[in-house]
Design a protein around this ligand. Structure first.
Ligand code: ADP
Length: 406
């Protein structure tokens, strides 16, 4: 069957069904017409034979009657006897009866033959239908396979189109964000270096201002470095190239390392950072990557905590995992946004230019690369708690002491 390339699968199927229905109708009509014609032909022949036979019989009887009359007229001595007439009538009656019995037998045979013909025609019709149904099934199978092949191709094309589109959008977004967000630290670095040059060229060596400007430059470099690293990480994570190299790490030591790193920022905001973690709990993790996760979570907590509040860092043992949490007393995150913030480039407020909205996405990817899970619970106005799990080192996991805190 010829198919129009622009037709959809249901349309093609409908068209095939229609044409096969037509074919079936035509076959039925043809068979019924042919068998009727054959029956009518047979009936006509019988009718003709009977009319001829009746005519012959009547002619014969008329001739017999005429011959009898002539014979009587010629031989006046022979008088017709009433017995002879009766016998003649009787003979004709027998002959008529015999003929009608013969015709009844004929009719019955013909009726049987007709029934047999109808049965034969029905059998032929049934075979034709089975054949048509087989064709229909085969045609459908072929069309369905073709439609499935086409829709798989289409789906594949759509996916690669979406990927290309996303890649282009992401690239445009990267370029937009980079060019916009790198401007601020670059401007700060530029101003600080100009000031330093100006002072130094005048022979003025003001240590305080020099150190202040160096601090601004360092901050700018750290900020830009973080942005670029985040973007490179996202690129790796999007292309499944994030490699983690797990080793057995003592968790409380890792948390203390974080606390020490953030100490200057914590004190500059008059915050405090506490750790609650049993000693001797080992986890199988990529040290630097988990430090990165903790830095993201603590960095956010620092960003959103009001002055004078406490950030709580804690860890506890759960079956085969360690559960680590970072709790703050910040503004909280609305329920409907709590999943969204783990996606790429998601920020709750558009004026939040302290990051790219990638920290949590990166953290989730790193935690998942360790077969862990990350989640947030938060109450608006009360604060947020970010929790993630890490696998315990089986050979080093020892029963933790009740609770160590510092
Ligand atoms: P960024 O690098 O821009 O901070 P993140 O992925 O780390 O991006 O965070 C995404 C967004 O989630 C932030 O912009 C902020 O709106 C919200 N968020 C993250 N952590 C907290 C927190 N502790 N309290 C309130 N909001 C938070």
């Amino acid at each position: 069957m010829k198919t129009d390339k622009t037709e959809t699968s249901p349309e093609l199927r409908e068209r095939t069904d229609e044409s096969l229905k037509d074919e079936r109708g035509k076959t039925d009509e043809l068979i019924i017409r042919k068998s009727k014609e054959a029956e009518e032909e047979a009936l006509d022949a019988i009718r003709e034979n009977r009319v001829a036979a009746d005519a012959d019989r009547e002619t014969f009887r008329a001739e017999t009657a005429t011959g009898e009359m002539e014979h009587r007229h010629a031989d006046t001595t022979v008088q017709p006897s009433p017995m002879d007439d009766e016998r003649l009538v009787q003979e004709r009656e027998w002959s008529d009866k015999a003929q009608s019995a013969e015709r009844e037998t004929d009719d019955r045979a013909r009726e049987n033959e007709r029934v047999q013909n109808r049965l034969d025609a029905d059998a032929v019709l049934e075979r034709e239908r089975e054949e048509t149904d087989r064709n229909l099934l085969e045609e459908r199978g072929r069309l369905d396979a073709e439609a499935a092949r086409k829709s798989a191709l289409l789906a594949h094309e759509q996916v690669s189109h979406r990927r290309t589109k996303t890649a282009l959008l992401t690239r445009d977004r990267y370029i937009g964000i980079l060019s916009h967000d790198l401007q601020n630290p670059l401007a700060s670095i530029s101003i600080a270096t100009r000031l330093m040059r100006k002072h130094l060229s005048k022979g003025v060596v003001d240590t305080v201002s020099l150190l202040g400007n160096l601090g601004i430059i360092e901050q700018g470099v750290v900020f830009m470095n973080r942005m670029i690293s985040d973007l490179l990480d996202v690129e790796r994570m999007t292309n499944d190239k994030l490699v983690v190299t797990p080793e057995s790490v003592e968790l409380s030591a890792l948390l203390r390392e974080c606390r020490d790193f953030f100490a200057p920022m914590v004190s500059s905001k008059s915050l405090s950072l506490t750790i609650t973690c049993p000693e001797g709990m080992f986890v199988d993790v990529d040290h630097d990557r988990i430090l990165q996760v903790l830095s993201n979570l603590i960095g956010n907590a620092l960003k959103f905590s009001p002055r004078g509040t406490t950030i709580e860092l804690s860890a506890r043992k759960q079956a085969t995992e360690a559960e680590i949490s970072v709790r703050d007393n910040g503004p909280g995150i609305p329920k409907d946004k709590q999943q969204h913030i783990f996606k790429k480039f998601s920020q709750l407020t558009t004026n939040d230019r302290h990051g790219l909205g990638l920290g949590l996405f990166i953290s989730r990817s790193i935690v998942e690369a360790h077969n862990g899970r990350i989640s947030v619970t938060s109450d608006l106005g009360k604060g947020s708690t970010f929790c993630f799990t890490l696998p315990l080192t089986p050979s080093h996991a020892i029963s933790p002491s009740p609770s160590g805190s510092s």
